[in-house]
Design a protein around this ligand. Structure first.
Ligand code: TNX
Length: 488
């Protein structure tokens, strides 16, 4: 199983077998609609693969899903028991129930994930699990700017990442190559700024309805969307759309190559902040999550003194619209508003570590995305046909074998919110390529974010990862069959 639960105990003489007349009971004292939706979705999938009727009923069933558990389980925690008499999943919240059902799906045979009827038996080895996460932020980032991904594609991505208890989806919505979210007050951002993508092909963007649809779909998978509008660099698409945002009022051409660090907003113009006020307001209005990411990375063509003047002003606008600031670690060189989350993307280099420490000294918390470990766009090995390698080659073992608590020296455990695996898409123009880079590395990052430190062990992880192979085959995932894993 991935992530490894906090506590699991085998019940050696017990096996649960799903009978053809099984029922799914929903024991939901607070009658939460979301719990009903979780039960319905789970039942629908099992009906497809087993061909059983699997009615969902109130009270107990062959499989009982309960949100009547004690508060002590925490928001994402759950208990699960499978024995010869049935299965129960107990949580205190719908969110915890969702995580528990995610575990139950992994306990069932891989073919339970199929969308056509399969042969049983549908057995689970007797087990007792008590589980809750190590960190509250377990994220994945999808760069929809370098290459655009449609709502349907992002939904499929959500389906897959939610299998590993990921709970944040960071959408990198703007960059030099494309602006991907509708902003009513600045319509050319998408009409023009979103029209292309890397390589010069047709780009795309999300309407407000599209974005709302994604936010809703993510929420149904207990994933919160963290939107990123990258500033003050990585802004060519915006600069190309509105000449007034440029230093010399001269709009550049749209850009479809993959250099970084050449674009910058005009830091000393009022219109820059009027623009960001509008953009952050419209994005914040549509975002139920508490974080809004303002980028701040690789602003190589913004003079540093101007960068230091810019970030607090941009951050203030995020706060004005009711969101907490998130930004790449460069933003920590200046003052940060209370509640800021700093995303560390260093490669264990001193400069990045100093900035992370500076963030924590100011009271900010950290999300860890070390590029030489957690970047899903790095090649696995020299011959990987996709991806980049500026942060080194990142094998499956390399991506798994690090400790979030000690990655940045001299930072207290309480300052770590969790981990995030970013997927930049300069070299990835379709979902198959995305899947190839994400699987099998993302489950390892998800485990680092969920499982207790004592459970983290490459030798046993390798075996558990091998068991995911048949699941991905059933789901049609184009995963990389890393040779260091003995795939089943
Ligand atoms: C650096 S890491 C970037 C991105 C690139 C990525 C490619 C970071 C915050 N910025 O603009 O896409 O490298 O790996």
């Amino acid at each position: 199983m991935i992530p490894q639960p906090t506590a699991q105990q085998a019940l050696p003489d017990e096996t649960f077998t799903l009978p053809s007349d099984a029922t799914i009971g929903l024991d939901d004292s607070s009658a939460q609609d979301p719990a009903q939706a979780i039960a319905d979705r789970f039942a629908a999938q099992l009906r497809r693969s087993t061909g059983f009727a699997l009615p969902v009923q109130q009270g107990t069933g062959t499989i009982t899903l309960s949100t009547s558990g004690p508060e002590s389980l925490g928001a994402e925690g759950y208990d699960l028991r499978a024995d010869a008499s049935g299965v129960t999943v107990t949580a205190a919240t719908a969110e915890g129930l969702f995580r528990g059902v995610t575990t139950l799906r992994q306990l069932l045979p891989a073919k339970a994930e199929a969308d056509t009827e399969q042969e049983g038996p549908w057995e689970i080895a007797g087990t007792r699990i008590s589980d809750s996460p190590r960190y509250g932020y377990r994220g994945v980032m999808l760069d929809v700017s370098r290459h655009f991904f449609t709502v349907e594609q992002v939904k499929h991505f959500i389906d897959l990442v939610s299998l590993y208890k990921i709970n944040r989806l960071h959408l990198h919505l703007s960059d030099d190559q494309g602006w991907r979210i509708q902003v009513d007050s600045w319509p050319r951002l998408t009409e023009y700024g979103g029209s292309l993508q890397v390589g010069g092909g047709t780009g795309g963007s999300y309407t407000k309805a599209d974005y709302a649809d994604l936010v809703q779909y993510a929420a149904e998978h207990y994933i919160t969307v963290v939107p990123e509008i990258d500033t003050p660099g990585h802004t060519n698409a915006a600069l190309a759309s509105y000449p007034e945002l440029n230093k010399g009022d001269q709009a550049p051409e749209l850009y479809t190559e993959t250099e970084v660090g050449f674009s910058s907003f005009a830091i000393d113009k009022d219109v820059t902040y009027e623009f960001l006020d509008d953009v952050f307001r419209e994005v914040a209005e549509q975002t139920p999550g508490e974080l809004l990411h303002l980028g701040g990375d690789e602003a190589h063509s913004t003079p540093h003194s101007e960068y230091l003047a810019f970030v607090p002003k941009a951050a203030e606008l995020v706060v004005k619209h009711g969101k907490r600031v998130m930004g790449w670690h460069e933003i920590a060189d200046g003052p940060l508003p209370a509640g800021t989350v700093v995303q560390y993307w260093g490669t264990e280099d001193a400069k990045a570590q100093v900035l992370a420490q500076k963030a924590v000294e100011q009271g900010a918390t950290l999300v860890l995305s070390p590029a030489n470990r957690a970047y899903l766009d790095m090649k696995y090995h020299e011959e990987t046909p996709l991806g980049l390698q500026w942060a080194g080659l990142v094998s499956v073992e390399q991506s798994y074998s690090w400790n979030p608590a000690t990655l940045v020296p001299n930072v207290p455990a309480s300052a770590i919110d969790g981990v995030e695996a970013p997927l930049w898409t300069e070299t990835l123009d379709d979902l198959e390529k995305v899947e190839f880079m994400v699987f099998p590395r993302l489950p390892g990052i998800a485990e680092l974010g969920w499982s207790p430190e004592s459970a983290l062990d490459w030798a046993t992880y390798r075996d558990r990862l091998a068991e995911q192979g048949p699941r991905w085959e059933v789901l049609g995932v184009n995963f990389y069959r890393a040779p260091e894993i003995d795939w089943r």
